[in-house]
Design a protein around this ligand. Structure first.
Ligand code: PA5
Length: 424
């Protein structure tokens, strides 16, 4: 596809024993046309705020100013959970600076958090607390205990040690920010947590890590543009991906969807995508379990199950151009050891061969495989992939007839946890 930040191959998904019937795929792809029309309408009307984020620049001044204020700290600890953390975590793969060292704390493990507060040089530590609602217990617990630890360490001006990202309305987190006079940055009201990585939620940590956030948004804009301008659904990667999933689901062949990048830089990305897919689409007795693995390492861990287990999975391999890259196996020594196939080969050649071998192994054993090819993993491509998967999830939600933007299950859990705490 011309001007695409990545290319998608369905050759190993639409043929072979694991492929859905052509008629089922064609019907799902045709049905995705109305989802694409809906996206175009939303873009035009501004109804779906997410679609306007890639082109935004008005918020960058405040984000850049705040990121600059973090330069004097040795550690920046990002507090938040779910959509308020996973996108930023995915971006750590592109980190350019070590000082401040940006680290993410999402799981409120009592021992790990206490150890972290002990480990930090608190006078040189800044906390970015992120919560869309401003009422999430885990994040509030972290913020409150961090404030206490700072005070105990003799910090007088708490406001210098906190940045708060939350929706612009009263909430416990917003009130906390006001009580100490900390900078508050707005979480857009119309963007859901798991769709928020391109907003302040991901942008502020990204800037603190030295990333080019304009490129991140430019990549997202390119992926969005391709989908919105597609003349037919087959030209829109999000529609193609959703249609493939839907066709398999309709045949009862989609218990699991497996994302398999062959690049360390996309390992954490899988955790972000997992939440996006699970929380958006696991509804009304429908959905597929997202599993994120890493190549080549999971060839030596899970490929056996994936090849010969119960199946009902779609594999999405993400192949980054590694051929001819990396260190070379020295010819002489390799040959002496009988390793002619490695002699003079680059490590990137090995990874390339392994990715292709996994795709074929799965395909030959009746497992459908989609392959996403990208030149490299930088801010532009990361932004493009993020937008692609958000759009694919939205289109899939519309094909399934579920709302990809709500999360009643998460809310139920939050309410009950608060109730149990209140009951003591
Ligand atoms: O995607 C979602 O809506 C959730 O996973 C939230 O991101 C998560 O529960 C955290 O919520 P909040 O950002 O309000 O603290």
């Amino acid at each position: 596809m011309a001007n695409s930040p990545f290319s998608v191959s369905l050759d190993l998904a639409l043929s072979g024993a694991g492929a859905p019937p052509a008629a089922a795929y064609d019907a799902a792809l045709a049905a995705s046309a109305s989802a694409l029309d809906w996206l175009r309408e939303q873009k035009k009307s501004g109804g779906l705020e997410l679609l306007g984020i890639p082109a935004r620049t008005d918020d960058l001044k405040a984000a850049t100013k705040q990121a600059a204020a973090l330069k004097g700290f040795s550690t920046v600890a990002v507090l938040g959970i779910g959509g308020s953390s996973l996108g930023g975590q995915a971006l750590t793969a592109l980190r350019k600076v070590q000082k401040p060292f940006v680290e993410f704390h999402d799981n409120p493990d009592p021992f790990a958090w206490a150890a972290a507060l002990k480990r930090f040089d608190l006078k040189k530590t800044h906390f970015i607390a992120i919560s869309k609602s401003g009422g999430t217990a885990e994040t509030l617990m972290q913020a409150l205990t961090a404030a206490e630890a700072l005070e105990k360490a003799g910090v007088k001006k708490l406001k210098k040690h906190f940045t708060i990202v939350t929706e612009p309305h009263a909430s416990p987190l917003a009130d906390f920010a006001d009580s100490i006079g900390a900078v508050k940055l707005d979480h857009p009201l119309g963007v859901g947590g798991r769709y928020s990585v391109l907003t302040m939620v991901g942008i502020v940590p990204a800037l603190a890590m030295g990333l080019n956030v304009k490129q991140l948004r430019a990549g997202a804009a390119a992926a969005l543009d391709q989908v919105l301008k597609a003349k037919k659904p087959a030209d829109a990667p999000a529609a193609v991906g959703a249609a493939l999933h839907k066709a398999l689901a309709d045949q009862g062949k989609l218990a699991t969807t497996i994302l398999w990048p062959y690049a360390d830089a996309l390992a954490v990305f899988g955790g972000w995508w997992r939440q996006l897919w699970a929380e958006s689409l696991g509804k009304d007795g429908q959905g597929s379990t997202p599993v994120s693995v890493l190549g080549p390492v999971d060839q030596h861990s899970q490929l056996q199950l994936f090849r010969d287990g119960p199946g009902n999975a779609l594999f999405t391999l993400m192949q980054v151009a590694t051929k001819g890259k990396g260190l070379t196996a020295p010819k002489g020594r390799a040959k002496k050891l009988g390793l002619d196939y490695l002699a003079g080969r680059k490590m990137g050649d090995l990874v390339d061969a392994e990715c292709r071998a996994t795709a074929q192994t799965l395909f030959k054993n009746g497992r459908p495989v989609r392959v996403i090819h990208l030149e490299k993993v930088d801010e532009f491509h990361m932004g493009a992939l993020m937008m692609h998967f958000m759009l694919e999830t939205i289109v899939m939600g519309r094909l399934m007839g579920v709302d990809p933007f709500d999360q009643p299950g998460v809310e139920e859990g939050k309410v009950l946890a608060r109730q149990y705490l209140a009951e003591g």
